[in-house]
Design a protein around this ligand. Structure first.
Ligand code: FES
Length: 187
């Protein structure tokens, strides 16, 4: 069917309306995924690595004390963090009633390095997350990861949890023995 010039002029509004509806639909889908599609950490899938001595457990004398380190697997060196946490999680290390968890510091959104954020007021004001305990926060787009939920992302653009470090201990010395790979297609 051939449209006349007059019919075309009368239909000028179709394109902007379709564009606006498409944009709104995309934004709604994006917001839904960021809010409701956060992935839960499942059973760990560690890739083995060197048995790396980290720090004496006694050096992390208070809850949420942390130690940053680099973990090398072949040619890949990953910045990681070891943190003392107040409760046991399915993948934390229990050492005489004290609990430790380790994570990659590489954000699963675009790969910036997450940092421990110990002040919950900072989490509230800067990350817009009403936390009740310290978290790991990404400075790039403000994703927040919960060490008490095995590194699950609780707010922000990241969907996947932080890869977990496999921990061990010998004679009171904490050690890293493996690390999960990043989620497929992610940094
Ligand atoms: S890189 Fe961490 S939230 Fe974007």
């Amino acid at each position: 069917m051939k449209l006349t010039r007059r019919q075309l002029l009368e239909s000028w509004w179709v394109l902007p309306v379709a564009g606006t509806l498409g944009t709104l639909g995309y934004m709604a889908d994006y917001a839904y995924r960021l809010t409701f599609d956060k992935r839960n950490p499942g059973p760990p899938h560690y890739l083995p690595g060197p048995d790396l001595a980290l720090v004496p457990a006694a050096a992390l004398g208070s809850e949420y004390a942390f130690y940053e380190f680099s973990y090398r697997q072949g040619r890949v060196v990953t910045p990681c963090i070891l943190m003392r946490i107040p409760i046991a999680t399915p993948t934390s290390l229990n050492l005489k009633g004290e609990h430790f968890a380790g994570f990659s510091r590489v954000c699963t959104h675009l790969g910036c390095h997450v940092n421990p954020v110990l002040n919950t007021k900072v989490l509230d004001l800067s990350f817009n997350y009403p936390a009740t305990h310290p978290m790991l926060g990404c400075p790039c787009h403000f994703s927040v990861f919960d060490p008490l939920q095995q590194g699950k992302c609780v707010i922000g653009k990241a969907l996947y949890p932080l890869p977990r470090v496999r921990l061990a201990a010998q004679d009171g010395l904490l050690r890293a023995t493996g690390l999960e790979p990043p989620p497929p297609g992610h940094p």
